[in-house]
Each structure stands twice: as structure tokens, then as C-alpha cells.
Ligand binder design. Structure first.
Ligand SMILES: Nc1ncnc2c1ncn2[C@@H]1O[C@H](COP(=O)(O)OP(=O)(O)OP(=O)(O)O)[C@@H](O)[C@H]1O
Ligand SMILES: Nc1ccn([C@H]2C[C@H](O)[C@@H](COP(=O)(O)O)O2)c(=O)n1
Length: 199
């Protein structure tokens, strides 16, 4: 699956339980972008059972042209789903932190429940390790181990602001260079006509 859309899109990658969905959703809200949790598609197709109220499939305006932008999360978004994203991010945190967060999320308190969280994450890490390693080569890495969700969201927003600022300045720079080029040609042409034109 690959989304080739115009606009300013953001892809958030990373291993399971790193916070892609919770953080991506906040970022999309702050930017008024469409949020797509690609994992929902996979789960929906694989199991046809799981859709929470974060997003409903019929609300995903995947191919609408007027969208300002997308925030797409999932562990192969920066490489496969949205390789053309203007901002590509990999979230990472140490394994213990992810186990702790996922256990808290699932309210896993008993030894057996925590053991299952541990082994599920480990299995999914093994399955997606190579993909995430590959993704790291072309993305900005944010280590979230010591950051709250709000701090990670703030970091992402400032990164996006920076990229937008660079795009904006680059456009002005190109216009400036074009202007200097045209002006130089114009002056040269005027000089040439004043030298040769009157003869
Ligand atoms: N920086 C953070 N600080 C504290 N808790 C966090 C942070 N980031 C995420 N969490 C919590 O970790 C849990 C897992 O996050 P989330 O479900 O968003 O991960 P995910 O990467 O989308 O997982 P998966 O790939 O398995 O769907 C959630 O309960 C979330 O609130
Ligand atoms: N971009 C994605 C997203 C998800 N998957 C796979 C990985 C899991 O087996 C399943 C659910 O993912 P989750 O939402 O829990 O991250 O879908 C994938 O292959 N590519």
C-alpha cells in the first residue's frame, strides 16, 4: 500500500508500543491533519474485528484531494506506505519502557499478563526489526524513553515547523536567484544593445 498524495504529509514509524498511535493522533489534531493508523487496516483485514473509536474506516478520506495533509503511523510508513512524506520520524525507546507502557495500557498487573506483554513485544520486535532498522536511515529519530507524550508531540511539532520554515526560505531563495539571473541578463542585454545597437 502506498499513498502518493500532494500536500504536507508526516509519517511516524517505530517498533510496537512506542507510542505511534497516541502521539500521531495528537500531532494530527494539533495540525488539523487527517490521522491514519495503518495498523488498523492490517488488523481489520487480518481479523475483521478491531476498530476502536480513534478512527472509523469510513472516515478515512484516503483519496480526497482537498486534504491539507496526513499523519500516517505504522511501522513501515516511512519506507513503504508514505515514502514521500515531507517529515519522516522514527520513535524509539528502550524495551523496558515499552513493556511498562504497554502493560499499563492493557492494565496488566499479574505476572502472567506482564509476561504476555513482554513476549508479544519481543516477538513483534523480531518481526519488524529489519524494517525499522532500514527506516532509521532516512528518518529523524526521536528517543522517547524519558519524554512524556506531550513532550514528544512538542518535539515533533517543532521539527515540522522547522521543515516548513526551511521550505519557505528555500522558495524565497530560489525566487531571489531567479530574479538576480533575469536582472543580470537584462543588464547584459542592455549593455550589448548600447554598444552594438546604435552602430
Ligand atoms: N512518551 C510516552 N510517555 C508515556 N506513555 C507513553 C508515551 N508514548 C506512548 N505512551 C503510552 O504507551 C502505550 C502504547 O502507545 P501506542 O498504542 O500509541 O503505541 P503504538 O506504537 O501505536 O503501538 P502498536 O504499534 O502496537 O499499535 C499507550 O498507552 C500510550 O499512552
Ligand atoms: N504499517 C503497518 C502497520 C501494521 N502492520 C502489521 C503489524 C501487526 O501485525 C498488525 C497491527 O499493527 P499495530 O497497529 O498493532 O501496529 O499490522 C504492518 O505490517 N504495517
Amino acid at each position: 500500500m502506498s499513498i502518493k498524495k500532494k500536500g504536507f504529509n508526516i509519517a511516524i514509524d517505530g517498533l510496537s508500543g512506542i507510542g505511534k498511535s497516541s502521539i500521531g493522533c495528537q500531532v494530527a489534531k494539533r495540525l488539523n491533519f487527517t490521522f491514519i493508523d495503518s495498523g488498523l487496516f492490517y488488523r481489520y483485514i487480518a481479523d475483521r474485528f478491531y476498530l476502536d473509536d480513534t478512527i472509523q474506516l469510513n472516515e478515512i478520506h484516503l483519496f480526497k484531494n482537498e486534504m491539507i495533509g496526513y499523519v500516517v503511523v505504522g511501522y513501515d510508513t516511512t519506507t513503504k506506505i508514505l515514502p514521500s512524506a515531507r517529515v519522516k520520524l522514527i520513535l524509539e525507546a528502550d524495551f523496558e519502557t515499552r513493556v511498562y507502557r504497554r502493560a499499563k495500557q492493557l492494565n496488566a498487573k499479574e505476572f502472567e499478563a506482564i509476561r504476555k506483554v513482554f513476549s508479544d513485544l519481543l516477538k513483534r520486535d523480531v518481526d519488524s526489526f529489519d524494517l525499522v532498522l532500514e527506516a532509521k536511515k532516512g528518518a529523524t529519530i526521536i528517543n522517547t524513553s524519558d519524554l512524556s507524550i506531550e513532550q514528544v508531540v512538542a518535539r515533533i511539532l517543532s521539527r515540522i515547523l522547522w521543515v516548513r520554515f526551511s521550505d519557505y526560505n528555500m522558495l524565497h531563495f530560489i525566487i531571489f536567484i531567479l530574479f538576480v539571473f533575469v536582472y543580470t541578463l537584462h543588464t547584459l542585454f542592455q549593455n550589448l544593445t548600447s554598444i552594438f545597437g546604435t552602430g
